[in-house]
Design a protein around this ligand. Structure first.
Ligand code: UT7
Length: 332
């Protein structure tokens, strides 16, 4: 019997309508389009404005887009993995609500929290469930409402993040397509560099934590940047060497969209020209768990069966890694 690999067989995505441009941010904090563009590559991001809607809304929309495009019956889904850094609420699992709302009534579900690497780690988990032979359809959703944890008076973070969701279906493949190899890492050295101080078990919410703005994202950008540049490039190079891939053999880099300069450094180390690098940071900013699937959505019609894709991410924790995937289908 041939080995089962986990192939990506369908994708979907969603971003909210509201566009927060650099020009609008100029009216909110002391910043300018030129600084944001040259330091990050971002021009605009999408924000979920409607009150009462959380990450699950983005996730549901992304999954519904996938179902419509692929004629997948939600009842056939075995497992929904909800990758996110901004669950709807503590304790009640966001993925469970999403699974029920999308009609995945025969699935079980859990949230996977890995900061900006949530989706990449989720790919690893989804692949193992498929490779086990026990599960036939695993839906991995990456979604974040980053605007819910951003201080729009802090120019060091509010220019970076945006809201969005993406969904990917994994199915068994016996012809060798799908996830080939992975190299995942983490290091607690990053705990203080990218975090939200309050609202967790160490510092529960209080009037004081709210007054001190401790429920918003804090980032020591310089430190995170330094670790991101070297580590994302390292793992991407490592996965290529281990699989005998040169820059010529890799068709696409699918990088986490945190900063164009981090992506460029990774592509350079991999010896990849710009045309082989998926990039939509200019439109969406950093959507955390949604960056990788939203790249796939934007580039889907250029992907061919057999293409070699290297996914790479770096995020809070620190968490990072690279996954090598053989693309399983041609454009429509
Ligand atoms: O996805 C999760 C992982 N996160 C990342 O990978 C993010 C990694 N870090 C970064 O992308 C970058 O560090 C940032 C984009 C966050 C910042 O860029 P930078 O080139 O590292 O800027 P910096 O923090 O070194 O700041 C340079 C200057 C400072 O002024 P002084 O001290 O030189 O006078 C900042 O105060 O730019 C100033 N600055 C700004 N100026 C205009 C910081 N934010 C802004 C701003 N507009 N929005």
């Amino acid at each position: 019997m041939s080995k089962i690999t986990a192939a990506i067989t369908a994708i979907g995505g969603y971003v909210p309508d509201y566009v927060l441009t650099n020009e609008i941010l100029e009216t909110m904090v002391d910043t300018n389009d030129e600084w944001i563009t040259t330091r990050t590559g971002i021009k605009e991001r999408r924000i979920l404005k409607e009150e009462g809607k959380g990450t699950s809304y983005l996730a549901i929309k992304a999954a519904q887009d996938l179902f419509e495009k692929s004629n997948t019956n939600p009842k056939d889904i075995d497992l929904v993995i909800m990758a996110t850094a901004t669950p709807d609420m503590p304790v009640a699992v966001t993925g469970v609500y999403v699974a029920t709302e999308i009609g995945a009534v025969n699935a079980f579900s859990f949230d996977l929290i890995g900061a900006c690497s949530s989706f990449l780690y989720g790919m690893s988990v989804a692949a193992r469930y498929i490779e086990s032979g026990k599960y036939k359809k695993v839906l991995l959703i990456g979604a974040d409402k980053m605007s819910s944890i951003i201080d729009y008076e802090d120019r060091t973070t509010c220019i970076i993040f945006g809201d969005g969701g993406g969904a990917v279906l994994f199915e068994p493949n016996e012809d060798g397509y799908g996830v080939q190899d992975e190299f995942l890492r983490s290091d607690g050295i990053g705990r203080e560099s990218l975090k939200i101080d309050a609202g967790g078990s160490i510092l529960p919410p209080s009037a004081e934590t709210v007054a001190n703005k401790q429920h918003y994202v804090f980032q020591d950008g310089k430190t995170v940047f330094k670790f991101a540049v070297s580590n994302m490039a390292d793992v991407s190079e490592k996965i290529m060497v281990r699989n005998g891939l040169s820059g010529n053999d890799v068709n696409w880099l699918v990088p986490h969209q945190a900063n164009k300069r981090i992506i460029d450094a990774t592509a350079k180390r991999m010896d990849l020209p710009e045309e082989k690098v998926m990039m939509n940071i200019q439109k969406y900013g950093n959507t955390t768990s949604a960056t990788l699937p939203l790249c796939l959505v934007d580039y889907e019609n250029q992907l061919k069966k057999g293409d070699n894709l290297v996914f790479a991410s770096f995020g809070g924790g620190f968490t990072w890694g690279a996954i090598y995937v053989k693309w399983a289908y041609d454009p429509e």
